[in-house]
Design a protein around this ligand. Sequence first.
Ligand code: EPU
Length: 418
Amino acid sequence: MEKLLIRGGNSLSGEIRCSGAKNAALPMIAATILTENEVTLKNLPFLQDITTMFELLGSMGSKITLDEEMNFQISSSLSDFEARYELVKTMRASILVLGPLLAKYGEAKIALPGGCAIGSRPVNFHLEALKQLGAEIELVNGYIEAKAKRLVGAEIRFEGITVTGTENIMMAACLAEGTTTLRNVAKEPEIEDLANFLNSMGANIQGAGTDEIIIQGVESLGGTDFHIPSDRIEAGTYLVAGALTGGNIKINDINPEKLKIVLEKIRLTGADIKTTDNSIHLTMNIDRPRPVDIETSPFPGFPTDMQAQFSVLNALADGKSIIKENVFENRFMHILELNRMGCDISVSGNLANINGVSSISGAPVMATDLRASASLILAGLCASGETIVDRIYHIDRGYERIEEKLRYLGAEITRLPN
Ligand code: EPU
């Protein structure tokens, strides 16, 4: 298995470009199932999760090509409506094809995703909402088997806030008969991105990004040409790297509005942050970050996908802090590895109590999920000596060319072959 070798201690400086957002791109790729016309996606990040989603669509009959400008063309006239366990087990976001398949082809068979390293992650809210749109759903031999003649619009209130659940139902409702109103929805920027994408295909969606989304069903959707917006979590991760290493870094192609609360919290650690419409410039002028309490919640709250990175920032801060994880029940797996590097963090339920330490030392550590891997790399950048991060296939799922970008900013980081 490939590993990353990091020699810590360098201060990061320079400018990098933010890549396209994984969590915006995945539902858009799934949404191409809603039309037989060609869709062009620009600024797609080169990531393992994107390849897995292409593999899934390809296995059902989609044709995917890459042009000379590195844009992807997708045409989906499907003959197979099954997402097999072999693919779903490697990427839970495969569930995103359920809504589009049902809406366009009236049937879908999707392996039921199991739990994963960060929690049990059921999909009951997706299934309940699809039933309210008229789908018949059964669980057979570990698969969700769903059928519907034509989905019919309904008023749906989600029992809990879910990002991919909101996306699945938004996509399904585009081709349903009549109007669908969704309440208690997710408001993440990726929801608005998906609505913009679907509207560019001819859908009629209003209210994405607010508490209520209204979708007027249409008979069919057409092709489109769409630029994937940038990845707020990638940008946030590099900003934390800058703050941790006493750095001076500028991230281009990122709208700072998407990172409001993250920027507020990084400022509280002592970093100076300047923004334009599409860039963020961070300078860290103090030796050690100040501690900052964090509590994760759905957008516009503090993103759970930035919690592990802030664990490292607080672990090296001058004082104590508390992190409360409210979104996933088991998202502190990185803490045990951070403690092996000399951090002083104790976990009790969904709370992490952090005593900041002034230095940590490199160690062999193991990545357990995508954002946990990012936090171990951040820790390696500040540790004395060598850190080797194992199981980096997790990082390749969601960070485009991370070692190249970090090296460009001055880090000493190398990928070790198998
Ligand atoms: N939940 C249920 N039932 C459901 C759906 C969700 O109980 O039917 C619970 C989950 O178990 C969790 C909470 O609701 O406790 C929120 O889960 P949500 O459905 O919002 O998460 P998701 O849609 O599976 C997306 C991102 C995650 C990100 C979360 C929260 C994608 C592809 N994934 O997951 O991204 O952490 O929203 O913002 O968009 C990552 O990129 O590292 C990542 C894990």
